[in-house]
Design a binder for this molecule. Structure first.
Ligand code: NAD
Length: 339
């Protein structure tokens, strides 16, 4: 089995590569990544010498390059993680989100049509469903919940999902889609909530929390997400969508306080800042389908996963300090003020 993992130098894609190389030592894994500011080759250093692994620097929008790769490698499966993934950046500059997340996905699927494929799997997000009210804890996102997006990021992901469905129906491409809740774990780029707060708390910097911090996110340990995708590749039915989530809803402010507690930092570091435009209030996934049909269940309790994650950032300071430079540093200074 030859699997192309796009966006494999990013957070979830890299964790998926580590998981697959361990779980399926007979599989060949090709990481296709253009190494945007969010992609880091240093993340993949431990697998670079693995004879079953290969890295190809390529943009998923590059039709010629993608076709050439398919022609040469003849992959069996594509798992598409490659995306512009940061909501705040999509509000600043939507265009690249449309190009990578929509056009890039269609280029990959065109290559699948042209060269044949056993499965194209699209890694999507619960954000395509929009948000839920805070006072209705009985409501959850199901696979048939209408797509109702709030940000350019989620709109671009929803557009890609619709295209994937269309390629499945019109061209009989064997496609599956997974929509996962917020992931946390090692190698997450330090602009996302948990690593951002860890890194700033360690430097005794203010911890910026949008609005009242009462927004609710449903958190899943990244390895549990990777296991779910592997299961969908093995047992999932083409044409189907699978929601992935761990029933682990937390207010953003409580996550930040938990990080302060773990690092022994005062809550006075927390600073409420102007809310994000169009900020979704609550996400909550109903994972019954993947549980009932494929037997998936999350294995990492949040209390253990978050400790493991914070400890990982403490033990791997070099990784994140190195990447907080260059383009990211300029963006970071603009968003959070110069250090
Ligand atoms: P990330 O930003 O950490 O990584 C994205 C990767 O894609 C980077 O390595 C980047 O270099 C690469 N990339 C970007 N544009 C590219 C292009 N045009 N061509 C080739 N490579 C390109 O993102 P992540 O958090 O790992 O998310 C991965 C996927 O999972 C995304 O599709 C995202 O929508 C989805 N998702 C993320 C979460 C989450 O909590 N992080 C939750 C649900 C779904």
């Amino acid at each position: 089995m030859k699997v192309v993992v796009t966006g494999g130098a990013g957070f979830i894609g890299s964790n998926f590569i580590f998981y697959m190389l361990k779980k399926h030592p007979d599989y060949e894994i090709i990481c296709l990544d253009s190494l945007t500011y969010a992609g880091n080759l240093s993340t993949l250093k431990d697998v670079m010498d693995n004879p079953k692994f290969k890295f190809v620097k390529l943009d998923i929008r590059d039709r010629k390059g993608v076709y050439k790769l398919f022609e040469e490698e003849k992959p069996d499966v594509i798992v598409n993680f490659a995306a512009e993934s940061h909501v705040d950046r999509s509000i600043e500059n939507p265009e690249i989100f449309l190009e990578t997340n929509i056009i890039g996905t269609s280029v990959l699927m065109d290559a699948c049509r042209k060269y044949g494929i056993k499965r194209f799997h699209q890694v999507s997000t619960d954000e395509v469903y929009g948000d839920l009210p805070l006072d209705r804890p009985d409501l959850f996102f199901h696979e048939d919940t209408p797509l109702h997006t709030s940000s350019p990021y989620s709109s671009s992901k929803a557009s890609a999902d619709l295209l994937v469905g269309a390629y499945g129906r019109t061209f009989h491409l064997p496609v599956t889609i997974s929509r996962c809740s917020n992931n946390y774990g090692p190698y997450q780029f330090p602009e996302k909530l948990i690593p951002l707060m860890i890194q700033r708390a360690l430097n005794n910097e203010k911890l910026p929390v949008y609005g009242d911090g009462k927004n609710v996110r449903d958190w899943l340990y990244v390895e549990d997400h990777c296991k779910a995708i592997d299961l969908i590749l093995e047992k999932g039915t083409p044409g189907e969508v699978y929601n992935i989530g761990g029933h682990n809803e937390m207010h953003n402010i409580d996550i930040v306080k938990l990080i302060c507690d773990y690092l022994d930092k005062p809550y006075s570091l927390i600073e409420h800042v102007t809310d994000r435009k169009g900020h979704d209030r609550r996400y909550a996934i109903d994972p019954e389908k993947i549980h009932n049909e494929l037997g998936w269940l999350p294995e990492t309790m949040f209390k253990d996963g978050i400790k493991k994650t914070i400890q990982w950032y403490l033990d791997n300071k070099e990784w994140w300090e190195n990447i907080i430079s260059g383009d990211y540093q300029n963006y970071y200074d603009e968003m959070y003020g110069k250090k």
